[in-house]
Design a protein around this ligand. Structure first.
Ligand SMILES: [Zn+2]
Length: 347
């Protein structure tokens, strides 16, 4: 292992843009599909097509269309509360092994209910929260953000927001907006976000990933999004960069995801450094780490190689500051992460 990689393995890490379902281990995915007698690829409304069954192959895909078939199959393979509990246990083990200290993780309950209408969603979320609490004894803490899926429309989104509000004292801290950004713009979800914010939920949204800078502006101005998932296409409009700077709206940047989905050109350096130079608050995460064949450690390595270790360390502290922890807990985490970063800097 390269010495820089050793240093990055030791760094404290913060998840602000990680989908819990997208952390499913390949071995577990294969096991769950075998048990259910389903393929590792899923096409909506069509017969199954065969997919790879070797864990080393199961998350390989040639294009974004194939990725969506895999994502569908992952969602389908997670059938009952026990599967989500196992997913969460394995996530916690993998996060602790990578020295993740804190995380706000997305879950997509409307996707669960689409594949498994019989699933008791609130009970499943409570079970996930319970499993996440096991990390506390190991110095890490996690909260959940319920991601609303654009494709299911505003009524489904409102149901998710109501459920998130009911679970607000129980590990759920906010709502997010995922799914098809080009066909389902932020304006469809203004009532949902107004409701959620009135309930004390924090607000984030994917934007500026598949659609351009206007989508970022609308997520901020119409939804009150306090952080933007990806947001890299804000660079297409200097006025939107200025908006992010002025309002101090952080971006949750996921380089490998952006290259694989085509949100960022794969033959050019990722624009995180350009966003940073423009004065936008950049944080780094892995999106759907196992599905994209990456990890938060790997994303940190990519950033350190492009921009240097000091820039990466600054991004880590920016992620602490961009978290939704309350004042005292945020200060506590910041002190601890700063101390760990400076101890490593002295090596
Ligand atoms: Zn995402």
């Amino acid at each position: 292992m390269h010495s820089a990689d050793v240093a990055i393995a030791s760094l404290p890490k913060i998840h602000l843009h990680c989908h819990l379902e997208g952390t499913l281990r390949a071995e577990t995915f294969v096991e769950l599909t075998r048990r259910a007698g389903i393929s590792t690829r899923y096409r909506p409304g069509q017969p199954d097509i065969a997919g790879p069954e070797d864990p080393a192959e199961v998350y390989r895909f040639a294009n974004f269309g194939e990725f969506l078939l895999t994502f569908g199959a992952v969602s389908r393979s997670l059938a009952g509360p026990d599967d989500y509990a196992r997913l969460t246990r394995e996530f916690v083990a993998d996060a602790l092994a990578q020295r993740v200290r804190y995380g706000e993780l997305f879950v997509s309950p409307s996707v669960w209910a689409f594949f498994h209408p019989e699933l008791d969603v609130p009970a499943t979320i409570r079970l996930i929260v319970q499993e996440l609490r096991a990390a506390r004894g190991h110095g890490a803490e996690f909260a959940l953000i319920a991601d609303v899926t654009r494709n299911f429309g505003p009524e489904s989104a409102m149901r998710t927001a109501r459920m998130a509000a009911e679970l607000a004292g129980d590990g759920v801290i906010g709502i997010g907006l995922g799914g098809d950004e080009t066909r389902f713009p932020p304006e469809l979800f203004t009532d949902v976000y107004a409701f959620a914010r009135a309930q004390g939920l924090r607000a984030v949204a994917h934007a500026g990933e598949a659609a351009g800078a206007q989508s970022v502006r609308d997520a901020v101005e119409q939804l009150g999004a306090e952080r933007i998932g990806h947001g890299i296409r804000a660079l297409e409009d200097p006025a939107v960069i200025e908006l992010l700077r002025e309002r101090r709206i952080p971006l949750e940047v996921c380089p490998t995801s952006n290259h694989l989905t085509g949100a960022a050109a794969s033959d050019a350096p990722h624009p995180f450094a350009e966003l940073d130079r423009a004065g936008v608050i950049v944080t780094i995460d892995a999106d759907d780490p196992t599905l994209f064949g990456t990890s938060i450690t790997r994303e940190y390595e990519l950033v350190a190689r492009d921009a240097g270790l000091d820039t990466l360390k600054r991004f880590i502290l920016q992620a602490v500051d961009a978290s939704f922890l309350d004042g005292a807990r945020k200060r506590g985490l910041r002190d601890r992460v700063s101390a760990e970063l400076s101890a490593l800097g002295a090596n």
